[in-house]
Design a protein around this ligand. Structure first.
Ligand code: G3H
Ligand code: 13P
Ligand code: ZN
Length: 333
């Protein structure tokens, strides 16, 4: 058993309370490799932003859970080396799908876990979430739950259509499970193709897709039922068109990739939405930078020469999210 407290990590409780009161949101960035982690920590340290490092089941399989844990531990020290005296870094399991996986993360030094029972029938979601909460809270590990289903890929689960969270269920769910935060469905979805072209309109000048707005009425109704309760938005990448264009210019093929417009996320960040999940945008930044180097310098074969520019591009992206979208800069001095 390793306690996250020994690793210098923090859970989400205080982070979320401050974010709700302060009208900003905490960035939750996924990482799978060293370059992503370096970029996240550099951006957070330079902006003094609290940050959530997210590890998915896929990331654990890709990078090895032991290595990832030590990387997160190293990240705290790296942050201090960068001059961030009191880093506020949370290590969070993203989309945990079983009690055993959540328990293993709690036992292994994670400070927060998500149990995603959103694809289960309501009562089964409650029972599973409650079991994880009871275990995690013994070690002061915070738990995120999910109610409502996002369109697109929910980890391994393909959800063709999104089912918005039902506001009439949230009080019962939060009370009976004891969860610390709730991920909701209001129209966001995972990946780089968040809406089908037929769900969007087209900008007549650029020909680019303009996505439909998020269901802020559903968010408002949830906030009314659970005043001050921490709400989480998954699937919140904006799919920057400049990255999509670079990828397509240099041999990629990502037609009609579209994300959540930043102004909608800015609006959400000012509400009880206090954690905003971003993964795909970092993948796009990485891929765009690597494709550019490969196209312009076809003789290059030192991975540092293309992973380095990718890391710089991700750092720029993370800082942009922190300062221009979520408003979490300067909140962890
Ligand atoms: O919500 C999903 C995250 O973007 C993680 O994706 O399962 O491919 O690691 P992954
Ligand atoms: P994106 O695919 O929009 O980046 O969402 C990531 C996410 O929700 C991770 O849990
Ligand atoms: Zn997610």
């Amino acid at each position: 058993m390793v306690s996250y407290k020994e690793l210098g990590l923090v859970n989400t409780r205080e982070m979320f309370a401050k974010a709700i009161n302060g009208g900003y949101a905490i960035p939750a960035f996924n990482f799978n490799n060293m370059e992503q982690l370096q970029a996240i920590i550099k951006a957070s340290a330079e902006t003094k932003s609290p940050v959530i490092l997210q590890v998915s089941k896929g990331a654990r399989n890709y990078a090895n859970q032991t290595l990832l844990r030590y990387m997160a531990q190293g990240a705290v020290e790296y942050a201090k080396e960068l001059g961030w005296e009191h880093p506020q870094i949370c290590l969070h399991l993203d989309h945990g799908d079983t009690f055993e996986l959540c328990k293993s993360c709690v036992d292994f030094g994670f400070s927060s876990v998500m149990i995603d029972g959103s694809s289960l029938p309501y009562e089964e979601n409650i029972a599973l979430t409650k079991k994880v909460v009871e275990y995690a809270h013994q070690y002061d590990v915070t738990v995120e739950a999910e109610l409502g289903v996002l369109a697109g890929v929910e980890d391994d689960v393909q959800a063709e259509e999104s089912h918005y969270t039902k506001p009439e269920e949230v009080i019962d769910f939060a009370t009976r499970t004891g969860c610390d935060s709730l991920a909701i469905s209001i129209g966001t979805s995972h990946g780089a193709y968040k809406f089908k072209p037929e769900q969007c309109t087209r900008d007549p000048k650029t020909g680019k897709l303009v996505p439909p707005p998020l269901a802020f009425d559903v968010l408002d109704a949830i906030m009314e039922k659970l005043p001050g309760f921490p709400i989480v938005l998954h699937g919140s990448s904006s799919v920057p068109q400049e990255y999509v264009d670079i990828i397509n210019t240099y041999g990629g093929k990502m037609p009609d990739a579209v994300g959540i417009p930043e102004e909608q996320l800015r609006k959400a960040a000012k509400s009880a939405v206090c954690k905003i999940n971003i993964d795909s945008d970092s993948r796009l930044a990485f891929t765009a930078a690597v494709r550019k180097v490969f196209a312009e310098k076809p003789g290059e074969f030192d991975p540092r020469k293309y992973c380095g520019p990718a890391r710089d591009e991700m750092t720029k992206l993370y800082k942009h999210k922190i300062i221009e979208v979520l408003g979490s800069n300067g909140k962890a001095e």
